[in-house]
Design a binder for this molecule. Sequence first.
Ligand SMILES: C[S@@+](CC[C@H](N)C(=O)[O-])C[C@H]1O[C@@H](n2cnc3c(N)ncnc32)[C@H](O)[C@@H]1O
Length: 511
Amino acid sequence: MLVNQIYDTTIEYGKRVGKSIRKKIGQFFTPPSIANYMASLMECNQSTIRILDTGAGTGILTAGLCERFLEHDTITHVHIDLYENDENVLSLLRENMELVRTTLEQNGKIVSYTVFEENFILSHDDFWNDREEKSKGELYDVIISNPPYKKIAKSEPESVVMDSVVHGQPNIYFLFMAMAAKLLKPNGELIFITPRSFTSGLYFRKFREYFLNTVRLTNIHLFHSRLDVFDGDKVLQEAIILRAVKTTQATDSILISASQDMYTGESFVHEVPYGTVVDMSSENLFMLIPSSVEEVELLTIVNSWDYNLIELGYKLKTGPVVDFRALDLIKEESEENTVPLLWANHFENNRITFPVSVSKNPQYIVDTEDSKSVLLPSRNYLLVKRFTSKEERRRVQCSLYFADEFINEKVGVENHLNYITKLKGEITKEEMYGLFVLFNSSYIDIYYRILNGSTQVNATEFNAIPLPSLDDIIRMGKRLLETNSITTETCDTIIEEMFIVQNSKQERNVG
Ligand SMILES: C[S@@+](CC[C@H](N)C(=O)[O-])C[C@H]1O[C@@H](n2cnc3c(N)ncnc32)[C@H](O)[C@@H]1O
């Protein structure tokens, strides 16, 4: 109905204006199936509703909500505010809003709307910064948005207005989310489709702190496929749809659903404890969004572990040798004063093979005064690749580096690798194998993939992964040494024997 009619006009508009122009302003249009799905999440059904559509485009999200109003006899009065600062799309937005208004009026609703040809963020500068107050009547019951996605500089006016949630280079989409949270009435709801990136990463920490302490998430929908969410526009982003309610009251659970893309139905719908998705007492407020029953179970196990690398006295750091900055130091061949320079291509079946007969990278680095600052003492390290390709099955790929297998006192670790080191003293053999059980298991690999959709292993996130106690880690290491196999299957079995069998025994005892 309304949504499909408006989508037809949107497609025409999209063709006329062209993708490259729209991309510059972060303009990607929502297809009907998503607009309808987002509207279906709305729960508000009071007689008078104030709606806000931010970054309204051609108005398709408002149309989705209005179709829902037609199903509710209880809703009699509707006011809609729409913000859109692209002057090219405004006449179509106004035409479409007239269509929405007349359709609702023909169905007995009393409707008003205002299109603000303004920058949504800059228009609310005073309100955001508490220089202006708004009465309850000026705030909103429902805010719906597919905000623009665009990295902006820290010096741009939007970043400056909202600097209290900005850390590093922001993306304008999360500024829209934070502003919307502020503009909701108490118990008002917001429904957004956004990239998934805000759920992890330090850049978004200040935003998460504000957002998660202002609203409580009630629904999250994940798309497995990066493509096909914004069909015509092929946005290469993992997208999520979320609904949240403005309240400070704790809620027990979040309804999580997932589907392959926007065409296929939900393949997973699960009510997940709030604390499984976000631990509100944690420092970074990372969000974990499971998309299968197995992932929910896995999160329950990993989240039950009480420590992390730092708390256990270890730390994942980034390899200090940056090849293009060390051109004078790195060598193709071994020389009198060189030591090994380790790269990802020295990983072989989770051990270090050095040297390799054919290497595209120089395998040595000089051990001189000039290289002092980038070399590490040759100690036991668990090396972890920083980058993996999307096609590779695992995100966390590690290799055991044992110092006693090398004669040199120092070693170079190239910048595409991370290494786990002990902050005081040397990692013992049992600890090395124990940590390996964890980081080579599917448990941590899948945990990390749930935490971070990207292909990079980020040190801050990695250092915060929950781990069991040091005693447990040493027990794991001893078990692995007994088995004489370092496969992922063996690592998984050790974890299952220690934690799943144990948990079910405890549950039986309690029962
Ligand atoms: C991702 S598009 C979504 C459009 C529409 N809501 C939809 O779902 O199809 C985001 C829209 O926000 C607009 N926009 C970008 N920056 C804005 C700003 N600072 N204030 C208001 N609108 C903005 C863009 O012109 C674009 O139309």
